[in-house]
Design a protein around this ligand. Structure first.
Ligand code: ATP
Length: 238
């Protein structure tokens, strides 16, 4: 579904990504794991058209999306839940959700999807008419994910959804992701919590200083020398 080949991204003279390649197949959950500054956000922001790559290709459903404006990429079915959630705090939960569905014309289907989303994220139903900044961090993360889902994306990109959340809330976020996985939503999940992400995803890529250092299933990553184990273990202690 998504294929990235030899992608290089520079910020001025400095390369943040050095020719990375990865792919996400329909229905898969793929992890992109790496420490601070590895280039994870850069990868996601480049996919959605916020950053122009220096070289390399990105195709979605076999068509190149490099150079397209973010709105067009979003319309083709890719949604990003950005790092730090970025919900609209002064708008109500309902208004935030409406924004997620704003690009859609199938109003009846939107109403149905909204109901399903509120079933999945019960807390959003409870606070539906409240300003979103009254929600806790974990609840705001659910709102950010729900808002993206209401655009009916075919591919959901999540940038560190567990960042800054208490461990018990991280469990809740992973429960929500598990539900989406069961529903067959295709996900590219960026995280620093390595072991858990590798466990959860069908396959993962480990990004280190702009290069893919390792890739595979959790078992394959575990099997890839002591280095892999030490690296994943060390990351989870961050
Ligand atoms: P984090 O977990 O901190 O978000 P990350 O893996 O998402 O890390 P990126 O944010 O993609 O990493 O950053 C990759 C590299 O590019 C880092 O060295 C960072 O300092 C640099 N970088 C990111 N954004 C910019 C920018 N706007 N201008 C210059 N350098 C940048």
């Amino acid at each position: 579904m998504l294929r990235i080949d030899e992608l290089t991204v520079r910020y001025g003279p400095i390369a943040a990504l050095h020719g990375i390649s990865l792919e996400v197949n329909e229905g898969e959950v793929v992890g992109l794991i790496g420490p601070n500054g590895a280039g994870k956000s850069t990868t996601l922001n480049t996919i959605v058209g916020l950053i122009k790559p220096a070289s390399g290709s990105i195709t979605f459903d076999g068509r190149s999306i490099v150079g397209q404006v973010p709105a067009k990429i979003a319309r083709s079915g890719i949604a990003l839940v950005p790092e730090g959630r970025r919900i609209f705090g002064r708008l109500t939960v309902a208004e935030n959700l409406q924004l997620g569905a704003a690009v859609r014309k199938d109003r009846a289907q939107v109403a149905e999807d909204l109901e399903r989303t509120l079933d999945l994220f019960g807390v959003l139903r409870t606070y539906y008419s409240q300003p979103a900044d009254r929600l806790s961090g974990g609840e705001q993360q659910q709102l950010a994910i729900a808002r993206a889902l209401l655009g009916r994306p075919r591919l959901l990109l999540l940038d560190e959804p567990s960042l800054g959340l208490a461990p018990i809330i991280v469990d809740l976020v992973f429960d929500v992701l598990a539900e989406l996985k069961r529903d067959g939503v295709t996900i590219l999940l960026v995280e620093q919590v390595a072991a858990r992400t590798a466990e959860f995803a069908d396959r993962s890529y480990v990004l280190r200083t702009g290069r893919i250092a390792l890739s595979g299933t959790r078992d394959e990553l575990d099997g890839k020398a002591d280095f892999a184990h030490a690296y994943l273990g060390a990351l989870d202690e961050v």
